[in-house]
Design a protein around this ligand. Structure first.
Ligand SMILES: Nc1ncnc2c1ncn2[C@@H]1O[C@H](COP(=O)(O)OP(=O)(O)OP(=O)(O)O)[C@@H](O)[C@H]1O
Ligand SMILES: [Mg+2]
Length: 510
């Protein structure tokens, strides 16, 4: 007797269909799973057999073969348990085998028959919605919120195998749920942190506004306790709201990583990730024997914050270069290659020297010039190269600290200006395949960043007298373009250019 159940698995962040075929044959009792199963899938037979027994059903002593097709892709994880169990019960005739044709199922089984949550349910729901709209998706009840994002999809959330068997036998009713997005309006920032809570630091706040407006990466340098971490954590509050497609992509990544908050549907806030500096390569960019998204992908569409940048291992920072350039992480394995999206705004913070007080006039810095040079050399040039804005965050003075925050601008106000500037860029680049000023290439620089003679003169002075590189010159132009956009100005004026030059602290120092 043969019985077939449709299931699915996830590669990268997308799901593909998997046919679970179960065959019962005469012969010595055995249970084989084929179709390149990894350990967790091979162990599934133990869980499935116990779960069926503990739900009160008896399997005959037969030769059981389970095939997971397509058989040439590696299968991992526990999500096939439920389909294997249903296939077995279909093959024995305990439930009608033909009824299974109308369903797509995923779920992990406990020995007692409880159906436990699995990763990547949203990707599976989208697969079901797009490719098998006629089928009903059976999922663990705990995964309902994320699966219900797939509009119009018929979903059967189940708590345990016994209920499901009785449902198929017509002994019990389970109410199906239809996917619908209740919270489509992603326009509201739901985080609580606001830039208004940060006293003083006007330059840094303005730099954050410029960075957010043009999609620039940002580096903050300052003594301990000046508010760098505090500022960075509030950057998502001034970024534009996520587009619906972005929300789906981000939610998929979190679902695949198993990091979606419990009972949480669509993620609408831009992510903020701040990995500790002891992080490994794999944890940062993703990978592993069965690849998982890394921190850079978890920060997709949001902020990747590297606090205490020089403390990161040099090699870890090096592996960031390619994903930052391509906005995605490519992982190649013997039998597959996959990619995780990784479009992030990189924000980094560091102290000016090992003791932290080199730029603080109120403290004596104890570091020798050599120590300072070694400390800063830990940040590789190529990485620094991808950071358009470098600002100083000085230690706060007492009178700035006690200033009432009511005078400070709220994130919402800053965000309005950011949105306006983004709209200008979207319009300007609509036929160029880029989104913002940070992504401008040489051609766009030439076309959209023309300077008047005073501008040329200033830039010439900066490059020739201060010894800035041509590359730094390009970055200044991009920044000036963003500042002009924030100013609703078609042309780049001297004031825009000189503000942009302020944002190259490291270039000016060295
Ligand atoms: N500008 C500020 N406005 C209000 N509070 C501030 C400000 N700067 C610092 N603080 C207070 O000091 C605490 C420490 O700030 P924060 O952690 O951001 O400093 P930091 O610059 O990241 O220091 P470090 O270099 O040691 O990491 C904050 O949690 C906040 O309470
Ligand atoms: Mg800090």
């Amino acid at each position: 007797m043969l019985s077939t159940v449709l299931s699915g698995a996830v590669v990268g962040v997308d799901a593909y269909p998997v046919q679970v075929e179960v065959d019962l044959a005469m012969g010595l009792p055995a249970f084989n799973i084929v179709g390149l199963p990894e350990m967790a899938v091979r162990e599934s037979k133990t869980r499935v057999l116990a779960a069926i027994k503990n739900c009160g059903y008896h399997l005959p002593d037969r030769r059981i073969t389970v095939n997971l097709a397509p058989a040439d892709i590696r299968k991992d994880g526990t999500s096939f348990d439920l389909s294997i169990a249903l296939g077995l019960l279909g093959a024995t005739g305990d439930i009608p085998a033909e009824a299974l044709n109308d369903y797509l199922s995923v779920g992990e089984l406990s020995l007692g028959g409880d159906i436990l949550p699995v990763r990547g349910t949203l990707s599976l729901a989208i697969l079901a919605q797009e490719q098998n709209p006629a089928k009903t998706l059976i999922i663990p009840a705990a995964n309902l919120a994320e699966a219900a994002i797939a509009e119009g999809l018929k979903i059967l959330p189940v708590h345990n195998l016994k209920d499901l068997i009785e449902y198929f036998r017509g002994e019990k009713h389970i109410e199906p749920i239809y996917g619908e997005l209740s919270d489509k309006d992603s326009n509201i920032w739901q985080g609580s942190a606001d830039l208004a809570e940060v006293s003083g630091q006007h330059t840094a706040k303005r730099a954050i506004e410029v960075a957010a407006a043009g999609g620039h990466n940002l580096l903050m340098i300052g003594p301990p306790g000046s508010g760098k971490t505090m500022l960075a954590r509030r950057i998502p509050s001034v970024l534009p709201p996520m587009e619906f497609e972005e929300s789906i992509e981000v939610t998929k990544i979190y679902s695949v990583a198993g990091k979606l908050p419990k009972d949480h549907g669509l993620l609408v806030n831009r992510p903020f990730r701040s990995p500790h500096h002891t992080i490994s390569n794999v944890a940062l960019i993703g990978g592993g024997s069965f690849p998982h998204p890394g921190e850079i992908s978890l920060a997709h569409c949001g902020v990747l914050f590297l606090d205490e940048l020089p403390e990161f291992k040099k090699q870890v920072l090096e592996v960031l270069r390619q994903p930052l350039e391509e906005n995605r992480v490519l992982i190649s394995r013997a039998l597959m290659s996959l990619e995780f999206p990784a479009k992030v705004m990189l924000v980094a913070a560091l102290n000016p020297c090992p003791c932290g007080y080199a730029t603080d006039p109120r403290h004596n810095c104890k570091c020798s010039p050599q120590q300072i040079a070694m400390y800063r050399a830990r940040i590789s040039g190529p990485l620094l190269d991808r950071i358009d804005i470098q600002v100083e965050v000085p230690a706060l003075r007492y009178n700035e600290m006690i200033q009432q925050n009511s005078a400070a601008e709220s994130s919402a106000e800053i965000r309005k200006r950011v949105l306006a500037a983004r709209a200008v860029q979207k319009d300007r680049y609509k036929e160029r395949g880029i989104l913002n000023n940070a992504q401008m290439g040489k051609r766009e620089l030439k076309e959209f960043c023309a300077l008047d003679s005073a501008g040329h003169h200033l830039l010439e002075n900066v490059i020739d007298r201060l010894g800035m590189s041509a590359r730094a010159g390009d970055r200044i132009l991009k920044l000036a373009r963003t500042i002009a956009d924030l100013d609703h100005s078609e042309n780049i004026h001297l004031s825009h250019l000189s503000e942009a030059i302020q944002y190259r602290v490291l270039d000016r120092e060295f």
